[in-house]
Design a protein around this ligand. Structure first.
Ligand SMILES: [Zn+2]
Length: 394
């Protein structure tokens, strides 16, 4: 077996910091009646000792999942981000823009052309190069960054947006680890990658998206550019130093987070079943796939997962026999609790499905189930005290 080589610096020294074992490809949603077992692949995070980049270890070349529904939170954040970048004088009105999009959607191109920038055709030079959750999908990180750097016009700005490893570690977001997501950037590792590509960071902004998302602006090393007040990049680096994002002993704390999350889910679903309560999941998101499998949850504990994407209806959750149902089916038979697998969706779906609470049901965030049975206070989204395990529908 050949040793893993860092996807950025090519170093071979590093540590396995998170191991989800064998998992189905999260993009592979089989038809409901398609018999298993579904193919599985190792899913592991490795932390480079040289440059600090956290990355997918094995590369089973799993195809990327199709675009899903774009959460309103993502759209709002894009508008906020473009406003902030413009306020920093980094969007020349007559500039050319190139976007490296994410396969999950969330293009900023419309917002940027509204400000007068013109999109570049093909692989031409651009004054603004935007990468919003795009580069993480490249197996060869050094090559992906070099390609972006090569297209950057003199005086231009590269905008990289990423869900930061600092957030993942601090908020114990072990399920950020996904097939097809090859890199999990800390600002620390990204600054080293930028230097290797002849770029240097200029400024950065932080957003609440996914618990903590960073938009980093970089230019060619040696270019002059607008100077930002304070030192936002330095502040991010200092915060990451405090967290210990390059310390394998710290990052591997995600393994313990996984174990307690999976146990909490199994325990909660078991308690609901014992209490005679009906439960459905919401959002057939890729992040739910590993959680359900690690928790040993199948259709006996979670009989269905609803999803708004018509493309996913009639399919089942990978590695399980749990069917994916339509929102209409959820409305037709509101369960006692809906377990939401994507926290960012909670506000909008709660408003979209008044039938659930009207029927006495409640919304439960799957990321906030109690970890310790001795502190069995469920994080209910329903404000009413004593709502759980309260009355059922009707
Ligand atoms: Zn490295």
């Amino acid at each position: 077996m050949t040793r893993h080589q860092c996807r950025a610096c090519r170093g071979q020294a590093g540590d396995l910091v998170l191991d989800l074992g064998e998992q189905p490809a999260c993009d592979y949603f089989p038809k409901y009646d398609e018999p298993g077992p579904d193919p599985v692949y190792p899913l592991q995070m490795w932390l480079c000792s040289s440059c600090g980049l956290a990355q997918l270890l094995a590369d089973p070349t799993v195809p990327e999942e199709p675009r899903g529904a774009e959460p309103a939170a993502l759209v709002a954040q894009a508008e906020d981000a473009v406003r902030r970048v413009a306020a920093a004088d980094l969007l020349p009105a007559d500039g050319r823009v190139a976007e490296y999009g994410s396969p999950h959607g969330g293009s900023w191109l419309g917002l940027l052309t509204d400000r007068g920038l013109s999109p570049v055709e093909g692989t031409g030079e651009a004054d603004v190069i935007l990468d919003c959750f795009g580069m993480m999908h490249s197996p060869d990180q050094a090559a992906a960054l070099a390609e972006r750097a090569a297209r950057l016009a003199p005086g231009g700005v590269l905008l990289l947006q990423y869900h930061s490893l600092d957030t993942i570690v601090r908020l114990r977001q072990w399920n950020a680890l996904r097939h097809g997501h090859y890199a999990y950037y800390s600002t620390t590792a990204l600054v080293a990658m930028l230097a290797a590509a002849g770029l240097s960071p200029r400024t950065a902004w932080s957003f609440d998206l996914y618990g903590g998302t960073v938009l980093l602006a970089a230019g060619r090393a040696g270019d002059s550019g607008p100077v930002s007040a304070g030192d936002p990049v330095g502040a991010l680096l200092a915060a990451e130093e405090r967290t210990g994002v390059t310390n394998p002993g710290v990052v591997s704390g995600l393994q313990g987070a996984l174990t307690s999350h999976a146990r909490a889910l199994h325990r909660w679903l078991g308690a609901m079943r014992e209490a005679g309560k009906t439960v459905a999941g919401y959002s057939a998101a890729s992040r739910a796939v590993a959680l359900l499998r690690l928790a040993g949850v199948d259709a006996d504990l979670l009989p269905a997962v609803a999803d708004a994407s018509p493309a996913k209806q009639g399919l089942r959750m990978p590695g399980t026999t749990i069917p994916i149902i339509s929102p209409a089916e959820l409305r037709a038979a509101p369960p006692d609790a809906v377990l939401v697998f994507v926290s960012d969706l909670v506000i909008e779906i709660r408003a979209s499905y008044p039938e659930i609470e009207a029927g006495g049901g409640e919304w439960v965030d799957a990321d906030k189930l109690p970890a310790d049975p001795s502190h069995d206070e469920l994080t209910m989204l329903q404000a009413a005290p004593g709502a759980w395990p309260g009355s059922g529908p009707g």
